[in-house]
Design a protein around this ligand. Sequence first.
Ligand code: UN1
Length: 495
Amino acid sequence: MAQKFQNFINGEWKDAKSGQTFENRNPANWDEVIGTFPKSAEEDVNEAVAAAKAAWEEWRLTPAPKRGDILKKVGDLMVERKEELAREMTREMGKVLAETRGDVQEGIDTAYYAASEGRRLFSYTAPSELPNKFAMAIRTPIGVAGIVTPWNFPMAIPTWKIFPALVCGNCVVFKPASDTPKTATSLVQILHDAGVPKGVVNIVHGGGGAVGMKIVEHPDVALISFTGSSGVGKTIAQSCGKTLKRVSLELGGKNAQVVMDDANLDLALDGVLWGAFGTTGQRCTATSRLILHEKIHDKFVDMLVKRTEKLRLGDGLEKGVEVGPCVNEGQLNTDHEYVEIGKAEGAKLMCGGERATEGDLKKGWFYKPTIFTNVKPGMRIEQEEIFGPVLSVIKVKNFDEAIEVLNDTVYGLSSSVYTRNVNDSFRAIRDIKAGITYINAPTIGAEAHLPFGGVKETGNGHREGGWAVYDFFSELKTVYVDYSDKLQRAQIDNY
Ligand code: UN1
């Protein structure tokens, strides 16, 4: 019998009211069931939102340093349970153990940052233009935050959202991706064990339409933080637009790495292998385009294909495995559809392009790391987010053309330029339209204490991470205290 997991509402583990469940399986071995989870619906969401709303009255009045102390404990528990969390994450979504350890570490970093932020939550005071009058802006909690998260960083991304939400004094209704409900359940257990009061954090498992959108639409949910595709992001934004609900969206990417003719090619090679095929290409920040200067194009492609063909696929829990499976069959099919599209568009398939089925690999959703050359700007494989191990190589004549090709997409999350030319580096920093630019480092590797997010259809202007996310999860209230004992009219009496 598969282990049964539940929702967590108002401090209690409980089934979906309908009693329905869904299964979670290991993408590296589809026979292995991780557990069953409640297939929830609107009635479960309503209960969770009501619990969060009721808990908010006390939570918003809890001093922020005290809320931070709980987050410190959360971080400590994550440190203690790091290995166990990483292993269960690899089992449920497939990425290799080194990476799932990194994912948990990102959550730990976020917890300790949030813990200390409880003693900061700085804002400003400013002098009043009138005598005997004091002016300041303070951060205040907002209410119930709806948190809807993806499966590719099943620990890090929920922590980016939930921890700052809590420190700022909000309550949470959390809907994790249905491919990674176990990691989310463990996170909620940790929050509970660390002393988060009942009702302050609630988790409701289930689908995007049946649960996610019900959270988004709920009138008592004051703000939404979502990471996922641009398509779903637009639907959420439209819904939030109806009531002007505050919403933070982290969406798709079509990130490129540029390699100039003066670059350290070995370094650039390590960078693109990691950026394109780490996490099986399933990161918003994954390198899905490689823009090569024509002088080094052929040599670099040769080096890259040789190394790519040697990458070891397999169960991420096994030593030496470098690339895990796709998260599910649907994602594998999408990857393969794009390979067919690329071929039809006239791109040249250099390696991969098919499912990997040798030995035990046939039990899981493995796809061979794939490289296309002869990709032209504007092709669908060059423009659309694939979210798999498929890399498109584009040849350019010079630096200007490289930046033009890099920018020619509806997305703008991460970007990378390999060059030893300091002038080109700074021009890249200035001219690339993206939320993140790396110089001589791959497109992946964002650190928890710096702002994370993108431009254009990658988001709606907010940032997660670092200090910036605290602006999203708190509302500024401006306060004037007049101690002059008379009516003082701003802009009038003093001029
Ligand atoms: C994501 O791709 O969804 O920079 C998040 C990185 C990670 C976070 C990625 N630290 O790739």
